[in-house]
Design a protein around this ligand. Structure first.
Ligand SMILES: NC(=O)c1ccc[n+]([C@@H]2O[C@H](COP(=O)([O-])OP(=O)(O)OC[C@H]3O[C@@H](n4cnc5c(N)ncnc54)[C@H](O)[C@@H]3O)[C@@H](O)[C@H]2O)c1
Length: 246
């Protein structure tokens, strides 16, 4: 798929989806930068990559802080000399109904999920522009399209990510940089493990495929959207939701 030797930066790569994405790219021969705010998580994913026989760089980064992102990008460029693919995956939830939502829950979600995507893309894009090749995949959410009661901060952040995706697709097309988003529905990870069995069952009833997706499903789509097989796709938001939002 043309991914061997490519340098891929995956944020939130210590978590469920990010780890699956990092391991998948590594199996395809890419050099993977495993970035997470919890260093132990980054190191854990990186050691699994080493066990698979792959090459990686583990970094601790807080995507909501531009200085932290700049430090990370410097480390990557010092080691690998370039960044070909950026997977903006780091994200959190702080759910509550609007009347109970605290200002800090709003700020935290927006600063990681939305500003984090701005910080990482802004800092990485120069390297992609110089080489006139790049792929950016933003992990949004189906909630950013359809909304959800009790998740307005999260929905706003992911809706914002979708708008950034479309704007940057137009801005960087002339530099041969594709920018796309994935809108997962419910995927089995730590983020959704918090839901009670009753809620999970209710959700399953709303999904035509009657089950949650797997982190590997997201990884497969990330790989496709980063490969030469998707060169004519940009500014697209691909739903990955078992049919939930048909
Ligand atoms: N799991 C789902 O059902 C689902 C559905 C739609 C979208 N998503 C999105 O997929 C992405 C990954 O989610 P997941 O389910 O793997 O969650 P997860 O909680 O398992 O992993 C998220 C990772 O991001 C890291 N992180 C948190 N804040 C960070 C920061 N400031 N800087 C760097 N890293 C940070 C965490 O340490 C964690 O390792 C998120 O953007 C999430 O919104 C998930």
């Amino acid at each position: 798929m043309g991914l061997a030797e490519k340098v891929v930066l995956v944020t939130g790569a210590g978590g469920g989806i990010g780890k699956a994405v990092a391991l998948k790219f590594s199996r395809l021969g890419a050099k993977v930068v495993v970035a997470d705010v919890i260093e132990e998580f980054s190191l854990n994913t990186a050691s699994q990559i080493t066990e698979q026989g792959g090459e990686s760089l583990a970094v601790a980064v807080d995507v909501s802080q531009i200085s932290s992102v700049e430090e990370m990008v410097k480390k990557i460029l010092d080691k690998f000399g370039r960044i070909d693919i950026l997977i903006n995956n780091a994200g959190i939830t702080r759910d509550n109904l609007l009347l109970r939502m605290k200002e800090e829950d709003w700020d935290k979600v927006i600063s990681i999920n939305l500003k984090g995507v701005f910080n990482c893309t802004k800092t990485v894009i120069r390297s992609m522009m110089k080489q006139r090749w790049g792929k950016i995949v933003n992990i949004a959410s189906i909630i950013g399209i359809i909304g959800n009661a009790g998740q307005s901060n999260y929905a706003a952040s992911k809706g914002g990510v979708i708008s950034l995706t479309k704007s940057w697709a137009k801005e960087f097309a002339s530099r041969n940089i594709n920018v796309n988003a994935i809108a997962p529905g419910f995927i089995r990870t730590k983020m959704t493990d918090k839901l009670s069995p009753e809620i999970k069952e209710k959700i399953n009833q709303q999904i035509p495929l009657k089950r949650f997706g797997e982190a590997e499903d997201v990884a497969d789509l990330c790989v496709f959207l980063s490969s030469d097989e998707s060169n004519y796709i940009t500014g697209e938001v691909v739903k990955l939701d078992g049919g939930m939002a048909i």
